[in-house]
Write a protein that binds this ligand. Structure first.
Ligand SMILES: C=C(O[C@H]1C=CC=C(C(=O)O)[C@@H]1O)C(=O)O
Length: 383
């Protein structure tokens, strides 16, 4: 393979070598990417308080056991393969860049076990223990060959223009997380407009003949419509708790996320009108974990997951994103993501289980979702 050069990738390799925490990200619909680097590593904060925190990047595990925040000691923005590092004291690594390939592992499929778990949950849900539980799994898909993280990132940016694409290095655990998430958790823009979304229901964006389904032609089952409506009701309940009644609801609408279709509704609040102090931080505390990643009611779903799921989600389905950058904050649910640890690659996916779920279909849905992030590799393992 021909070695290529890339200024940004050489910077990434230097940061990895020097074990310096960083977050590289590109927001949905934007062309520029951002690289944030801290001298101090990720800091543990007590609260994700948008009013108090400086400019930086939030990176929080699903269980919120620790709230990590990367202060943007250095923040570079660019649209191409050049970043101006003159003020940043780092000796740039000149290693050859050797692609980004997955060497698939021959691990046994956990299909049967996953389907048994779905079955077990469906029985609990039929007995009204909860209404919905989002069961997930982690799959070790292989080992990483190559070191071209930036090309993988750029590839995801190109194929997922509506996603938040990110590459985060978390030195404490020596983990790299690469993802392309379609789900906004909390967004607060310059004009003080707050946005969150209900995103749920999944189907392939291609029919059985491989022809692309236009979002407008997508048909949804009762199970999927209900699954997404539950997330919406949960969001409205959070707003009720803080007595915010003036909000706009846009949707549900079918939207494309890579090779998948979802149902999405936006909830938008103009905080210039509502004037709710610290709205984003308060809503963040109320929202996470939403029924798009946990379940409904929350406590019952958490209990069922603790009994059935059987692994630590770590940063998958936690949240991440920039806070107080150019007077805006954009937090996303960490979905369609992979973890690279000791050269091993793990993908993650979950799906909403209701009393109507069919185990085989739920399994297939997680396979499809994992396919999204595998698109970052040069050689895509066939699904
Ligand atoms: C939990 C995931 O997706 C969520 C977001 C959209 C659709 C979902 C679903 O159809 O179940 C999930 O709620 C995941 O990608 O791992």
């Amino acid at each position: 393979m021909l070695a290529t050069t890339s200024k940004v990738n050489h910077t990434i390799l230097s940061l990895l070598k020097e074990e310096k925490a960083f977050a590289l990200y590109r927001l949905p619909g934007k062309t520029e990417f951002h690289l944030m680097v801290s001298e101090k590593n990720f800091l543990e904060v007590e609260e994700m308080d948008f009013e108090e925190l400086p400019s930086g990047f939030a990176f929080v595990p699903f269980d919120q056991s620790k709230l990590w925040f990367l202060p943007a000691d250095y923040h570079f923005t660019s649209t191409n393969d050049s970043i101006d590092l003159s003020e940043f004291n780092i000796s740039v690594c000149k290693k050859d860049i050797t692609g980004f390939q997955l060497i698939p592992s021959n691990e046994d499929s956990d299909k049967e076990i996953y389907m048994q778990k779905v079955d077990q949950l469906v029985k609990s849900l039929q007995n009204n223990v909860a209404r919905k539980v989002v069961l997930s799994r982690r799959k070790k898909v292989g080992t990483l060959a190559g070191n071209d993280y930036f090309s993988a990132f750029q590839k995801l940016c190109k194929t997922h223009s509506d996603a938040m694409v990110s590459l985060v290095y978390f030195p404490e655990k020596q983990q790299i997380w690469l993802g392309a998430t379609p789900e906004i958790l909390v967004k607060q823009d310059k004009a003080q407009v707050f946005t969150t979304m209900s995103l749920a229901g999944t189907q392939s964006a291609f029919d059985v003949n491989g022809k692309e389904i236009r979002p407008i032609d997508a048909l949804w089952t009762h199970k999927e419509i209900e699954e997404q409506a539950l997330v919406g009701r949960y969001i409205i309940n959070c707003l009720k708790k803080i007595r915010v009644r003036e909000f706009e609801e846009e949707g549900p609408k079918t939207v494309k996320a890579g090779k998948l279709l979802h149902l999405r509704t936006y909830y938008i609040i103009d905080n210039k009108e509502v004037n709710y102090p610290n709205l984003s931080s308060v809503m963040l505390n109320l929202l996470h974990p939403t029924p798009a990643i946990c379940g409904m009611p929350k406590d019952a779903a958490e209990k069922l997951l603790a009994e059935v799921e059987g692994y630590d989600r770590e940063f998958y389905s936690g949240y991440l994103g920039p806070i107080n950058v150019d007077e805006e904050s954009h937090l996303f649910v960490n979905l369609r993501t992979m973890k690279i640890e000791n050269g091993e690659v793990y993908t993650y996916a979950g799906g909403g289980i209701t009393a109507e779920s069919l185990p085989g279909k739920e399994w297939w849905e997680t396979e499809l979702k994992m396919g999204t992030i595998k698109g970052a590799f040069d050689n895509i393992e066939k699904l």
